[in-house]
Design a protein around this ligand. Sequence first.
Ligand code: COA
Length: 417
Amino acid sequence: MTTKPLEGIKIIDFTHVQAGPACTQLLAWFGADVIKVERPGSGDVTRNQLRDISNADALYFTMLNSNKRSLTLDTKTPAGKEVLTKLIKESDVLVENFGPGALDRMGFTWEHINELNPGLIVASVKGFSDGHHYEDLKVYENVAQCAGGAASTTGFWDGPPTVSAAALGDSNTGMHLAIGILTALHARNKTGKGQKVAVSMQDAVINLCRVKLRDQQRLDRVGYLEEYPQYPHGTFSDVVPRGGNAGGGGQPGWVLKCKGWETDPNAYIYFTVQEQAWGKVAEAIGKPEWINDPAYSTARARQDKIFDIFATIEAWLADKTKFEAVDILRKFDIPCAPVLTMKEIAEDESLRKSGTIVEVDHKQRGKYLTVGSPIKFSDLSVEITGSPLLGEHTDEVLSELGYSADQIKSMHEGRVV
Ligand code: COA
């Protein structure tokens, strides 16, 4: 396909850190013209955070801002406001994830923006939703994971609430926002009207924690949760406990040690005991006598000894690496996978081939690895390009907006751009 699906959609990318940039990056991959508006001199704070090369944009920035253009603009100056006004008039979407009220304080309220361009979609990420009793709070990833119920239900029962390494608060919120933007664009095709689209980080985390809300209601009703490690030998309080590595659905599972676990902290597999596949599990681990033994043959019968079963599987795994184990278990159709490290993921040939892990060029850094599109299309190959340098496209964007070379020069001199 030569024309990308979102080609012709112009996006003012007023985002920073991770939640907003992840959203606009996704839209840029699919062909939108994403113009990242950044403060002159400094830009997105992640350009400087956690640098591994002293004079080059940090990976934190490059991995969240590919396929975009960068325009530096001080939107608190009159000239900067004028440029932003022109951009608003010409664009389809404005995406922002400033702290609460920042866009209003800049003079760009929803009402004003809607007056300038009634077709514009204004998409926002905030920590909490409008009207929430915490709506004034600034929020980062782990704050959202705690406020969204993820932390209280993650980790082990004898440890503190635990956050996940997966960006449930940041990138996940950005993905929700992207769905909202595409929905609003679809609606605009029918009505011609833009609208406000908002996703709060707390809400996006809650959306991913819905099975825990399921469990709260089950716990309220019956007082226990049979798929949690606390059942049947431990105790339950009146809140959903942390379940360690238990499977979240009806299939018991656990992270099991493989050969080398004593020295390699990731020599593990995740093993699932699928209810309907018990025969295969018993066969695979060399316990055919368990297949029809009433003490083992039903999920209910296994429940009170599931950890003994896992211990037996671990004994079977003791002389197999995680990869060898999976190669055997896959023949028995057992849902399982090795616990992969980031190093293994970076080097995985299948992930390179599918474009999920890609190497891109960057003007300062040379080559770096990033995560490509997890969404695969039959008629679109998503090409990932390097992130822009700070202000790399300032003159280009200003001239597209109709500014002359002299006007652009004086904006540079006045540090407006
Ligand atoms: N020109 C001039 N001023 C600019 C500008 C530009 N191009 N871009 C940003 N600014 C200003 C804003 O107007 C704001 O000014 P004000 O507070 O004086 O009105 C200021 O920069 C900083 O905004 P803010 O977003 O509050 O930054 P922060 O660094 O204090 O907070 C967050 C960072 C992420 C905590 C906050 O933005 C936030 O809570 N965002 C919503 C939730 C979110 O997305 N969290 C991060 C997930 S990764």
